[in-house]
Write a protein that binds this ligand. Structure first.
Ligand code: PLP
Length: 298
């Protein structure tokens, strides 16, 4: 059976203002974004025909571009509309969306003063694979040897391609060693985040603790889940968390647009038992995004 390939699918992609056939959305090998990581992107989900927090994602795309010293040549309103148009062109209402902006091929070298800024938006069907029961088993994480860099080293709050190099390395090592993902510490040795999601712990004080996002992405899902937890009456503590403190945690979960709320059962030598708080946050998040429940869909 042929391996699946994201370059070879049916569908439509929004590419610099036009809807093009999926297979025609190409870049040249001498693209600055490919050689020098001058590329920023978003990950969004459409649930039941609505893109969750679309405006916040688009604003973050523009913020990320600014951090990489380039301007997206469209307005925020135009990119919002283009995201919706991309889903419509593909006839999908449950989707993952990937807007991306990158420097083109006009100059080849570190300097890219005159390179065109390209923008594309792809969307494809990506339903939730797991029932709440299956997700409740929790995933396993290895502790990565790679550290999230300091804000003086990279533009750490941008969702920029270059920041994912160590995420792929961490995830590959974790998978080779039988884990599903990796947890990364930061340059100070504090807990940072997983390779594509933020992390939360329920400590034995009954409160929900999560690292302060001062050198990694302050996820849109992270902020949503903090609000939902507070509405439930849970106390949420944002602070520096050292890895040894995981011994005091009873539950752990990840948050992210792709991961949604995913309970964790293992991080290195530490174990957690997904319980009531994981379940409540999964249920509240599913409700907030307007997910069609399996019952309602049946
Ligand atoms: C490295 C990293 N951290 C955190 C997140 C969570 O961000 P969000 O909730 O905005 O999707 C993501 C996903 O985009 C990510 O790639």
């Amino acid at each position: 059976m042929a391996a699946s390939n994201f370059a070879d699918r049916d569908g439509k992609i929004w590419y610099n203002g036009e809807i093009v056939d999926w297979r025609d959305a190409q870049v040249h090998v001498l693209t600055h974004g490919l050689h020098y990581a001058s590329s920023v992107f978003e990950g969004e989900r459409m649930y039941n025909g609505e893109i969750f927090k679309l405006r916040e994602h688009t604003e973050r795309l523009f913020y990320s571009a600014k951090e990489l010293d380039f301007e997206i040549p469209y307005s925020i309103e135009e990119i919002d509309a283009a995201c919706i148009q991309t889903c419509e062109a593909n006839g999908i209402s449950e989707a993952y969306l990937r807007p991306i902006a990158w420097r083109g091929s006009e100059m080849m070298g570190v300097s890219a003063q005159t390179n065109k800024i390209n923008v594309a938006i792809a969307a494809w069907e990506w339903p939730s694979y797991f029932t709440p029961e299956a997700r409740m088993n929790g995933i396993t994480l290895q502790i990565s040897k790679w550290k999230r860099p300091s804000p003086e080293t990279e533009p750490v709050h941008a969702k920029a391609a270059g920041l994912y190099m160590i995420c792929t390395l961490s995830k590959h090592q974790a998978e080779a060693d039988g884990f599903q993902d990796a947890l990364m510490m930061d340059y100070r040795g504090q807990i940072a985040e997983a390779t594509g999601a933020n992390v939360f712990f329920v400590m034995n004080d009954g409160k929900i603790h999560t690292p302060t996002p001062d050198c990694f992405l302050d996820g849109i899902t992270r902020r949503t889940v903090i609000d939902l937890a507070k509405k439930r009456g849970y106390e949420v503590v944002e602070r520096a968390i050292m890895p040894e403190e995981m011994a005091n945690a009873t539950e752990c979960f990840l948050t992210g647009t792709a991961a949604e709320v995913t309970p964790v059962s293992v991080i290195g030598d530490y174990t957690f038992k997904p319980g009531d708080i994981c379940r409540h946050m999964m249920e509240d998040y599913d409700r907030a995004v307007g997910k069609v429940s399996t019952e309602a869909a049946a």
